[in-house]
Design a protein around this ligand. Structure first.
Ligand SMILES: Nc1ncnc2c1ncn2[C@@H]1O[C@H](COP(=O)(O)OP(=O)(O)O)[C@@H](O)[C@H]1O
Ligand SMILES: [Mg+2]
Length: 397
């Protein structure tokens, strides 16, 4: 069918033509947003799920809901190479400047800016970060102790006070939260804890890979009380079908049942793959009906596309030893697998495999669904590895 009218949208963070199966999660978010705005208690949340399951597009919807409710948005994407303080300063600065410029009686926002100036100076000295000119004198003795837990708490408190004075709540949105170091994530949680105890209108909505839930210490006990950790999962059969059928119908086309069943089986309901298959099936089908035979043709193209993009970009970031570790996992099947079984397959001791496994968790390739278990964060990655490294054990490197 006409590729120009193709409604499907494979791609990282690309808005899907039909956002299937997320109504309950969005309704929960909408309630939290409006409760906090009305001065009631509301739980922040960290939504977790595998790669390509739709976390970024979900966070974009939450952003939209918060915007509609009159929130000021501070949005960041966590990165392996940059720390939380460094990432947070620019959007918090913008928020405080906007709150400051809303009219007279700006003392709380001014104070927020002075505390931000202190924080920035401390960030630069203590935690490493960019130098941004604020043009405002720092507030001595506030957010400048060099202890991140304390300083971030003071900064969030100041932002929350400014937000309350202006009756404009602030939403802090963080994507890829698994890239924050445990220390920075801990400080973030403690800062949110302080703000919520003072009844300040600050909401945190974050998304990340499942390893985020494995916090420890004081941060863990606060996080469990403060946050929900909703799971963003693959779509049910009915939702998978809706994700494909509704966009087709709005363009005057239709999937037959056999074609839908085939895509469900191949994609296991993972949204990224549904978009990829939908996209190629549309292009190869004569239309207006999309049939199982079209899916068969589309599969070759979809798999090739995934192999050279979605899977490939992650594979390219791995060392040869990391590839071996993952290939050994793939050899064992879908998973999760016991760490001992993976080490056995690799022919090394489980202690020797430990650092390798930790490195792969930090890179966001695998996670531990339960103690001693290991699973892929990228759905269908096992099949990909068997395609790129067909034989095991590998003969040569
Ligand atoms: N609920 C959904 N229904 C249909 N397609 C979706 C849904 N959520 C995400 N997608 C599609 O899946 C792909 C990956 O979404 P993204 O938000 O980038 O995933 P993640 O951030 O979890 O890796 C995009 O092409 C998007 O359009
Ligand atoms: Mg994402």
């Amino acid at each position: 069918m006409d590729p120009i009218r193709n409604p499907y949208a494979p791609g990282a963070g690309t808005q899907p033509p039909e956002m299937a199966g997320r109504q309950a999660l969005l309704e929960q978010a909408r309630i939290a947003i409006h409760r906090l705005k009305a001065g009631r208690s509301a739980k922040s949340f960290i939504a977790v799920g595998l790669r390509g399951v739709g976390k970024t597009v979900l966070l974009n919807r939450v952003e939209h809901l918060a915007q509609q409710a009159g929130y000021r948005i501070c949005k960041i994407e966590a990165q392996e190479q940059r720390g939380l303080p460094d990432l947070l300063v620019p959007p918090l600065r913008e928020a405080l400047l906007a709150l400051d410029q809303m009219g007279a009686m700006a003392e709380a926002a001014r104070k927020g800016l002075r505390i931000l100036a202190s924080f920035m100076r401390t960030v630069k000295v203590s935690y490493g970060g960019a130098d941004i000119a604020l043009g405002i004198d720092p507030e001595p003795g506030a957010a400048d102790s060099g202890d991140l837990d304390h300083d971030l708490g003071a900064l969030f408190h100041a932002v929350g006070e400014a937000a309350r004075t202006r009756a404009v709540p602030v939403a802090i949105l963080i994507d890829e939260v698994q890239y924050l170091s445990e220390r920075h994530l801990g400080a973030l949680i403690l800062a949110m804890h302080r703000a919520s105890q003072s009844g300040l209108p600050l909401l945190l909505a974050a998304t990340g890979l499942p390893q985020v839930v494995g916090l420890t210490g004081q941060a863990k006990s606060y996080a469990e009380r403060l946050f929900d950790f909703p799971l963003v999962d693959a779509l049910s059969a009915a939702d998978s079908d809706a994700a494909l059928q509704i966009p087709a119908q709005s363009e005057g086309a239709r999937w037959d049942d056999a074609a839908l069943a085939e895509v469900r089986a191949l994609t296991r309901g993972y949204p990224y793959f549904l978009q990829e298959w939908g996209y190629h099936a549309w292009n190869v089908a004569a239309g207006p009906l999309i049939r199982a035979a079209d899916v068969t043709d589309a599969t070759k193209i979809a798999v090739a596309r995934l192999d050279e993009s979605f899977f490939r970009v992650r594979y390219d970031r791995l060392t040869p030893r990391e590839r071996d570790y993952l290939r050994a996992m793939a050899e064992l099947g879908l998973g999760p697998h016991r760490s001992g079984d993976i080490a056995d397959t690799l022919g090394i001791r489980v202690q020797t495999a430990g650092p390798l496994r930790n490195g792969l968790i930090r890179k966001g390739m695998i996670y531990s669904p339960a103690h001693g278990d290991t699973a892929f964060t990228v759905p269908l990655f096992d099949q990909f590895l068997r395609r790129v490294i067909p034989s095991w054990p590998p003969r040569v490197h």
